[in-house]
Design a protein around this ligand. Sequence first.
Ligand SMILES: [Zn+2]
Length: 284
Amino acid sequence: MGLHSGVEVRLRILPAPAGSGIVFRRIDLDNFTIEATGRNVARVSYATSLMKKGVLISTTEHLLSAFVGLGIDNAIVELDSLELPILDGSSLPFVQMIERAGIRKQRRPRTYMRILRGLELRDGDKFIAIYPAEQYSVSYQINFPHPLIGREDFQVELSNGNYQRDIAPARTFGFLHEEAAMRRNGLIRGASMENCLVLDREKILNGPLRYRDEFVRHKVLDLIGDLALLGKQILGSVVADRAGHAMHTALVSKLLRNPYLWEETTVGEPLPEVSTPVVAALES
Ligand SMILES: [Zn+2]
């Protein structure tokens, strides 16, 4: 079931040739395809949606996150509705399904997006940045005025099964006192105690947590899924502070529109000299 639409959906993941990237296919709309790239990002508020020629695919971030975490570059994702299923609110069910199906190594060497110059975006007290690095790593900080969350930070380098162990099981979360307003706005129609952590002003209503800091780990999961819209595995380190889908996808658009900030590479070449970060306004 889709978290926001509340619509039941069937999803099927198929192999794709090397170099094709991740492609969504609406089998209810004559196999209309939408590539998972920042160029197709549409509405971004509580989830990330892609749109092409008026056709929508919603809440793409958890599955795309699983793909990145497992090192999957090419796949066709068929679905018969407009929103991906929320499952248990994490990406673990996707990871388990993909691992059961098996992953095939393809012949063509992977191309990476290697960050050459840092890029920093700020929006009030929200911040996101990406810097040159030899590996893909994410560092996230959140600060929610809630007795169970408060300030949490988490850092992960995406290698050696770290994603499966430290990120994939982290579930999405929501606050009971925001529920009515969100439903009035047509959001979270499919939300239940089975597919998200629900908090009131003091406690969790459907614990226990899978990690003490599950909330910030889920933000890392979302960020990895949103940055998958760059269309390539990243060599760079991402730092985020109280960001969200809008800032994640702003970073994606900014990088895609400014190719001097990065280069395409296969691994093995040394990192060029690091220069000062580019600080950019969020809008441009
Ligand atoms: Zn999420």
